[in-house]
Design a binder for this molecule. Structure first.
Ligand SMILES: *Cc1c(COP(=O)(O)O)cnc(C)c1O
Length: 367
């Protein structure tokens, strides 16, 4: 049986009429840029994220840039982030004018190690960007304590963590702002690029919105120099149609993760995802570790099971960061993990039969 990594077509079929009606409404209104569909989604998403304000934008990468620009990051500033993430997190630190400072992960959760963050703080540090990687919250109590001690801002990168919680509190409500991606494959996905920033700070929300809209909220009144990073009406309406299903989809992912855990946690050489106490993981990805990862991936592929490596090269070791001359020994956990991580098929609608196929193949692997 072939098992896809994700199945966006299947998700669409389950809510086809809701999506089709949403698209037709936007076309009927010709409300393609901004307009009532975007305003409505911003309000709905702020509520879902348990934040006061939501500023939509073109994608999750711009969200990071806009949040940092609004916090007035300057050349010479240092921003601390994790060695293990998608490149947007660190690249936007550079594009906002600052220098990314990488920290290793904690060795079990794939999220940043607070001790490494504390050790990386210098007089030039202005902020920290923890990433709730794969859907598991980073250690926010420890990170917020460091931020308070050194007077740093915190931007949570929630691109993979819609509805995740830390000690019962919604991710994205711990720091000054939090960024979301609605890339189609994310837990809440548009049918194209889309993103948002949430915050409880009204002045910061206004500045982020201005930056995203050519520097002004009123046409031809440019208060500052901004960029063009808007959520379009079609994507907003699609996201509004999907948002009411997000909690159930998240439960589907969590149930699927429990089934994988039960089937795989006794298997020799397989390390299933480790969830730290108090953290509600939303399993954007279900990522195991295996010492012969490439052989396992080839075995699964040969039997029709799609997997992915998120990500094959940790950020400090990418060609883009050659200028820093980072060494493997500085980031031992991220370095080990880049050679061992394998993401298995994970989506809300995955069937027990599909999961049993994956579990059986992993168990049968004798690489
Ligand atoms: C997807 C992702 C982003 C970027 O989002 P886009 O919408 O693709 O620009 C940023 N950070 C992380 C951790 C992501 O997974």
């Amino acid at each position: 049986m072939a098992v896809p990594f994700a199945d966006l077509q299947l998700q669409y079929q389950t809510i086809k009429s809701e999506i089709d009606d949403a698209i037709a409404a936007v076309i009927g209104d010709s409300a393609f840029i901004r307009g009532p569909h975007v305003d409505a989604f911003e309000q709905q998403f702020a509520r879902a994220a348990e934040a006061k304000h939501c500023v939509s934008c073109a994608n999750g990468t711009d969200a990071l840039y806009l949040a940092m620009a609004a916090l007035k990051v300057q050349p010479g500033d240092e921003v601390i982030t994790t060695a293990h993430s998608w490149i947007s997190t660190s690249a936007m630190i550079t594009h906002a004018g600052a220098t990314p400072v990488f920290c290793d992960t904690d060795g079990s959760t794939f999220t940043v190690d607070p001790a490494a963050v504390e050790a990386a703080v210098t007089p030039r540090t202005v902020g920290i960007i923890p990433v709730h990687l794969y859907g598991q919250p980073a250690d926010m109590d420890a990170i917020i304590a460091i931020a308070h001690k050194h007077k740093l801002w915190v931007i949570e990168d929630c691109a993979q963590a819609h509805l995740a919680r830390y000690n019962g509190q919604a991710v994205g409500t711990f720091g000054q702002a939090a960024t979301y991606s609605f890339y189609p494959g994310k837990n809440l996905g548009a049918m194209g690029d889309a993103g948002a920033i949430v915050t409880n700070d009204a002045a910061l929300a206004e500045r982020m919105a201005m930056l995203a809209r050519h520097g002004g909220l009123v046409k031809h009144q440019h208060q500052i120099e901004g960029i063009n990073s808007r959520l379009d009406g079609l994507q907003a309406a699609i996201l509004s149609a999907k948002l009411p299903h997000l909690a159930a989809w998240t439960e589907g992912r969590r149930n699927a993760a429990r089934r994988y855990d039960a089937g795989l946690n006794q298997v020799e050489d397989v390390t299933v995802p480790q969830v730290a106490p108090g953290r509600t993981h939303v399993y954007h990805l279900y990522t195991v570790r295996h010492r012969r990862r490439d052989a396992l991936a080839a075995h699964l592929k040969a039997h029709g099971v799609q997997t992915a490596i998120n990500y094959p090269t940790a950020l400090p070791f990418l060609a883009a960061y050659e200028r820093f001359k980072h060494r493997c020994e500085q980031f031992p956990n991220a370095f080990r993990d880049q050679g061992q991580i394998l993401s298995l098929p994970m989506f809300a609608e995955i069937t027990e039969a599909q999961q049993d196929e994956v579990i059986g193949l992993v168990r049968a692997f004798r690489g």
